[in-house]
Design a protein around this ligand. Structure first.
Ligand code: ATP
Ligand code: MG
Length: 159
């Protein structure tokens, strides 16, 4: 089914000037960008976005990471987009991520190093985990007016 999913290029990806290369990966796979913005997240917004992680031991470092600089948020549309995007992004730990995934190709941070330093694991991307989360996360980051249908954005230019 055609789905929408939320992707963030986290502060490490923006800082390292990887925005274009990361977006290109998703576009090359045929996923369509139907909404996009740059935003500097604050603590309150971080607690909303990472509501599921607020009570976890790594939350403080995760919050420090996500508010450390602007992020690029986008909504991608495509067939089974939630699953496809997670596959392209790869597992949470870049050290374990296979080459060919975004985390595996552009990062190498490890849990061991992050724990020792007391910092969040720097893994470039947030990608929604499930279809249910996609609805909530997209509603948190984008208003209806900020999202454009696939047909509006793309088909009129290619037909
Ligand atoms: P995301 O939700 O950002 O797409 P994910 O679903 O792969 O990543 P989650 O388990 O949801 O991973 O964790 C959210 C984020 O918190 C991770 O992407 C990572 O930046 C950070 N994180 C998770 N576990 C740890 C940990 N044990 N130590 C340090 N940072 C962590
Ligand atoms: Mg997650």
């Amino acid at each position: 089914m055609i789905e929408r999913t939320l992707v963030l290029i986290k502060p490490d990806g923006v800082e390292r000037a990887l925005i274009g290369q990361i977006i290109t990966r998703f576009e090359n796979a045929g996923l369509k960008i139907v909404g996009m913005k740059m935003k500097w997240v604050d603590k309150e917004f971080s607690r909303k976005h990472y509501a599921a992680h607020v009570d976890k031991p790594f939350y403080k470092s995760l919050e420090a990471f996500i508010i450390s600089g602007p992020v690029v948020a986008m909504v991608l549309e495509g067939i089974d987009a939630v699953e496809i995007v997670r596959k392209m992004v790869g597992p949470t730990e870049p050290k374990a991520a296979q080459p060919g995934t975004i985390r595996g190709d552009y990062a190498h941070h490890s849990y061991g190093y992050a724990d020792k330093k007391g910092i969040a694991i720097k893994n470039l991307i947030h990608a929604t985990g499930t279809k249910e989360e996609a609805k909530q996360e997209i509603a948190l980051w984008f208003s209806k007016e900020e999202l454009h249908s696939y047909a509006t954005v793309h088909e009129k230019h290619t037909l």
